[in-house]
Design a protein around this ligand. Structure first.
Ligand code: NAP
Length: 307
């Protein structure tokens, strides 16, 4: 017998979908991915998830969401889906050599950090190059660090890193931040944080560890080398849709295209998408959770119509 629904992903979208699908008696099979929990696992304080007046740490919020989902959807497997085939029903989903059949699918694979793609960035990853202050900030006590980006992620990373670093320099390619006013103000007013405006990074310098960055002023064109002990990138994210290419309609940036009718339906009937994998506009934990709920309800109603 095919599964009624397979849920791929375990951020706020995937786990909320699991919770609703479980309570809707669909007995969902959840493939949470080998790095479960999504982006909140590498976030510090979450101050904007309703219901937590004092804020909550990202990993704790995910732990609570998972426990709540598990009450109704106990089949949560910590593995990555490696291949899909949506050309016929039942749909097929693979985890390496293991094949699963399912009537419907909810995709909630989220998005991952983007990199600048400059020389030195890959070579020095894990040796002073990072996209996760929460994971790696601890290693930079009393060091000088740079953070690349001008959005809320860059502000959050820079503020978090001040707990450890002696100085943090935010390097931004324009002359104003994209971040929300409150986050930008906290950064601009912080005594340990400097901002380099109109500046891009050409190269991360160092052999066995980061020793500096080669920076370019985009107004004057001047190129200089600047000392730093660590390089943190926070320039946004890319949707995790590699395995769905050719199986579903994606937009130019790789996000799953929804049908535009306000539902979570994708280009394949019976396949739904929730959270950041289909959202380049809101990208919040609460909106991801909301669309996870929608996807489970959409799948449940569609399955009911099939019988
Ligand atoms: P974002 O808002 O898209 O900002 C990305 C930043 O990186 C922008 O300032 C952008 O510059 C810069 N950037 C992008 N590509 C670049 C490149 N190749 N070279 C140099 N700079 C580059 O992404 P985000 O900060 O990750 O935030 C994503 C969403 O999550 C937002 O909606 C945000 O509000 C939300 N978020 C909220 C919180 C919170 O409330 N606590 C925390 C984190 C994220 P430009 O400005 O010039 O485009």
């Amino acid at each position: 017998m095919p599964e009624k629904v397979i849920i791929i992903g375990s951020g706020p979208a995937g786990l909320t979908a699991a919770l609703y699908a479980g309570r809707g008696d669909l007995d969902p099979l959840v493939f949470e991915g080998s790095q479960a929990g999504g982006q909140l696992m590498i976030t510090t304080d979450v101050e904007n998830f309703p219901g937590f007046p004092d804020g909550i740490m990202g990993p704790e919020l995910m732990d609570r969401l998972r426990k709540q989902a598990e009450r109704f959807a106990p089949r949560i497997h910590t593995v990555d889906v490696t291949k899909v085939d949506f050309s016929d029903r039942p749909f097929r989903v693979w985890v390496d050599a293991d094949e699963y059949e399912t009537e419907s699918v909810i995709i909630a694979t989220g998005a991952s950090a983007s990199w600048l793609g400059i020389p030195g960035e890959t070579k020095l990853r894990g040796r002073g190059v990072s996209a996760c202050a929460t994971c790696d900030g601890f290693f930079f006590r009393d060091k000088e660090l740079v953070v690349i980006g001008g959005g809320d992620s860059a502000m959050e990373e820079a503020l978090f890193l001040t707990k450890f670093a002696s100085k943090v320099t935010v390097i931004h390619r324009r002359d104003e931040f994209r971040a929300s006013a409150i986050m930008a103000r906290r950064v601009l007013e912080h005594e340990k944080i400097d901002v380099l405006w109109n500046t891009t990074v050409d190269e991360v310098l160092g052999e066995d560890g980061v020793t500096g960055v080669r920076i370019r002023n985009v107004v004057s064109g001047e190129v200089t080398d600047m000392h730093t002990d660590g390089y943190f990138v926070a320039i946004g994210h890319k949707p995790n849709t590699g395995i769905f290419e050719g199986h579903l309609a994606l937009d130019d940036a790789g996000y799953i295209k929804l049908q535009g009718d306000g539902s979570t339906a994708t280009s394949v009937e019976g396949v739904y998408a929730a959270g950041d994998v289909a959202d380049h506009i809101y990208r919040q934990a609460i909106t991801a959770a909301g669309t996870g709920c929608q996807a489970a309800i959409d799948a449940e109603r569609w399955l009911a119509d099939q019988t």
